[in-house]
Design a protein around this ligand. Structure first.
Ligand SMILES: [Zn+2]
Length: 266
């Protein structure tokens, strides 16, 4: 199911854009309210690719992070009291807010040189999303932000996330649905026999806070991701598309997905 929440502020946006272009200062500038900072801020971008460059002047967040915060607040307003795990946090915005405000928040990163469960010098635990060391039914809320397009076996990762969620728990995540209504297409696969990476499309990397080379994109997702998750993990998934310029939420690929493990609500 895809919901669309389009703002009705296109006229004012057009006027503002014209002014900013005349001034030749920003590609986009907007005063508004940051759902992460929970205060009035300025949003600005000097580049047209708003998804990675439309920053909050206060917390430095980008649109998908603000969209995720809104959905966390809506779906789990008591997140401060929950047992939360985030895989591969970005070190700003929502990750920092959860870390500061949620006593039972933990986070992990994947380090190829460390054994799963070991701790890195940075303080993060090493976890491989395809094979986590956590017990079944450990978490109320599992967060990933632009991670699921970098997994070689996303079926396994979705099954693992469902395993470690408590019944009624949710995986709230962002992932770029670049293929939209077309089928998902793998970009790279790892051979089960040789372990070698086979590139099905040109290699593409996204920025990664713990790997200077960046993370290889393994999958161009379409909205069939919801069927993929259902078949892999039996967790029904909703994709929510948001657009709200006053909250600095405007860009391509701003879907926030919510997968709920069946069970009594928490
Ligand atoms: Zn902010």
């Amino acid at each position: 199911m895809v919901y669309s929440r389009l703002g009705n502020r296109f006229a004012s946006l057009t006027r503002k854009l014209r002014l900013m272009r005349d001034k030749k200062t920003f590609y986009l500038y907007q005063k508004g309210y940051c759902p992460i900072c929970q205060e009035s801020v300025e949003f600005y971008s000097e580049q047209h690719w708003l998804r990675d460059h439309f920053f909050c002047s206060s917390c430095g967040s980008i649109p998908r992070e603000r969209a995720l915060m809104i959905i966390v607040d809506q779906y789990r307003p008591n997140w401060r009291d929950l047992v939360v795990h985030e895989s591969s946090p970005g070190g700003r915005g929502v990750s920092v807010k959860l870390h500061r405000n949620c006593p039972n928040y933990t986070a992990s990163q994947y380090y190829p040189d460390l054994a799963p469960g070991e701790y890195h010098a940075s303080g993060f635990q090493c976890q491989n999303l395809e094979k986590m060391t956590f017990s079944d039914n450990s978490f109320d809320l599992f967060i990933t932000q632009d991670v699921m397009e970098h997994i070689f076996n996303p079926d396994k990762a979705f099954r693992e996330i469902a395993r470690v969620l408590k019944p009624g728990g949710v995986h709230i995540f962002t992932v770029p649905i670049v293929n939209k209504f077309n089928a998902s297409e793998p970009r790279a696969v790892r051979s089960a026999t040789t372990g070698q990476i086979e590139y099905l499309k040109e290699a593409q990397y996204h920025g990664n806070p713990v790997d200077a080379k960046g993370s290889l994109v393994t999958m161009d997702w379409g909205y069939d991701i919801q069927q993929v998750i259902m078949e892999a993990a039996a967790t029904p998934t909703t994709a929510i598309i948001m657009d709200d310029l006053d909250m600095g939420i405007r860009a391509e690929y701003l879907d926030v997905l919510v997968s709920r493990k069946p069970g009594p609500s928490e």
